[in-house]
Design a protein around this ligand. Structure first.
Ligand code: IPE
Ligand code: IPE
Ligand code: MG
Length: 233
C-alpha cells in the first residue's frame, strides 16, 4: 500500500482538540496541551522519515489570546520549556525550525529563544518545521500589505506578495490536516491554502499517531489535483 504513495512536500496541521481530550478523561485542559506537544514531536519525526520537506504546525492563533489568562500563560510556559529542552534533539534530527506569526506580543524570553533556535538550526535541511505562534492568516496578509506600502510598491504581483508573507519562499501546503472534527480553517494560512487538499479527522490531537498521518497521506495520494485545469481521463 505504501508502494506508490505520493508524499506531500508541505503538510500543515491545525492541532485541535487538546482541551476536549483532557476533559473527556476528567483531566485539566493543560494536560491535553502537554500530551499534544508530545504528539507534535512524534509527528515531526514521522514526517521527516516520510520525506516531507515542510511541516507547518498551528500552535497559537491571534484569537487564542481571548482564552482565560491562566490558559494563555500555561500555554506559553509549556512552549518555552519545551523549546528550551529540545534544542539538541532538533539539531541531531536535522530539523530546521522557523516561526511564523507576530513577534510583538510575546514575552522577551520566548522571543529570544525563538530567534536563537531559528539561527542555530538554520543549516539543517532534513525537514523544516514551521511553528505558528500568535499567527493569524489575516494578520499575516495585513503585515505583508504594510511592508509593501513601506517599500512604496505601486502595484504587486502574486509572487512578490507571497515573499512578503511570513512563509516567504516556502511552497504552499499540499495537504492540510485538522483534528477534532471541526471543519474550518480558524484563520490559519489563508493566502496559501488556495489549492491545498483538506483532510479532517474526528480524532483529537493527543490521539493522533504516525499511523493516522500515513492514512491522511494515503488519502491525499488518491486525490486528483487539477488547479483549475481539465485533465485527460
Ligand atoms: C488546540 O486544542 C490547541 C490550541 C488551540 C492552543 P484546543 O485547546 O483548542 O482544544 P479544544 O478545541 O478546546 O478541545
Ligand atoms: C485553532 O484552534 C488554533 C490552533 C490549533 C492553534 P481553535 O481551537 O483556536 O479554533 P476554533 O476556536 O475552534 O475555531
Ligand atoms: Mg480548539
Amino acid at each position: 500500500m505504501m508502494g506508490h504513495i505520493k508524499i506531500p512536500q508541505h503538510i500543515a496541521i491545525i492541532m485541535d482538540g487538546n482541551g476536549r481530550w483532557a476533559n473527556r478523561q476528567g483531566l485539566p485542559r493543560i494536560v491535553g496541551h502537554y500530551r499534544g506537544a508530545e504528539v507534535a514531536e512524534e509527528i515531526v519525526k514521522a514526517c521527516a522519515n516520510l520525506g516531507v520537506k515542510y511541516l507547518s504546525l498551528f500552535a497559537f492563533s491571534t484569537e487564542n489570546w481571548n482564552r482565560p489568562q491562566e490558559e494563555v500563560n500555561l500555554l506559553f510556559d509549556l512552549l518555552k520549556s519545551y523549546l528550551s529542552q529540545k534544542k539538541e534533539e532538533l539539531l541531531e534530527q536535522g530539523v530546521r525550525l522557523k516561526f511564523i506569526g507576530r513577534r510583538d506580543r510575546i514575552g522577551r524570553d520566548l522571543r529570544l529563544l525563538m530567534e536563537e533556535l531559528e539561527r542555530d538550526t538554520s543549516q539543517n535541511c532534513r525537514i523544516t518545521v514551521i511553528l505558528a505562534v500568535d499567527y493569524g492568516g489575516r494578520d499575516d496578509i495585513l503585515r505583508a500589505i504594510n511592508k509593501a506600502l513601506r517599500l512604496e510598491f505601486s502595484s504587486i504581483d502574486e509572487e512578490t506578495f507571497s515573499e512578503l508573507l511570513d512563509l516567504g519562499n516556502i511552497p504552499p501546503p499540499d495537504l492540510l490536516i485538522r483534528t477534532a472534527g471541526e471543519k474550518r480553517i480558524s484563520n490559519f494560512l489563508l493566502w496559501h491554502i488556495a489549492y491545498t487538499e483538506l483532510y479532517f479527522t474526528d480524532l483529537c490531537w493527543p490521539e493522533f499517531t504516525p499511523a493516522e498521518l500515513i492514512k491522511a497521506v494515503e488519502d491525499f495520494s488518491r486525490r486528483t489535483r487539477k488547479f483549475g485545469r481539465i485533465l485527460d481521463e
